[in-house]
Design a protein around this ligand. Sequence first.
Ligand code: HEC
Length: 157
Amino acid sequence: MVHSATWPPIAWRPGPVPHESLEPMILNFVTRIIVAALGVVICANTAADPRSINDGVYTKEQAKVGEVLYTQQCILCHDKKYFRPVLKRWEGQAINVLFTVMSTSMPENNPGFLSEKEYVDILAYVLSLSRYTAGDSELEYKDGALDDLIVAARQRK
Ligand code: HEC
């Protein structure tokens, strides 16, 4: 029996795991975290996808309430066609901006005279005047509801 001087062979000797073999593991782990984070961001974006005023965002009843207020407070200066070009100009923006303009500066002869609820009902009527489709739930101004609502050109259904 001839024994080699290096027995057991080097490769069998117990020893520390070489650092090189850890790096791919760490990289893999980091990649997974990034992929997971991206996934969360993408999902969050989809969930917060802003609705547009084409999505049936007011009710017919609300527009009727708004019509009465509009007739009392706005028609003196703004006929029923006034808002068509106005909405066009606001396209692409959150309707909250338009809401703020009207609720803080209108009626011109008595700014901020109405309650926010009344202004939002008027806004519902304004949408109906431009023949946006009504839906099952009222247009809401609370909790930033108008921040995520985008003014968009009317879609014919
Ligand atoms: C006494 C006249 C008067 C009354 C009443 C009045 N407005 Fe105005 N409104 C104006 C004038 C003047 C302007 C600025 C010039 C323009 O755009 O016609 C204006 C502008 C606006 C704008 C800005 C439009 C834009 O270009 O973005 C909105 C929105 C608006 N009015 C809503 C209302 C609403 C809603 C009422 C009723 C609650 C109302 N206004 C009542 C005179 C009036």
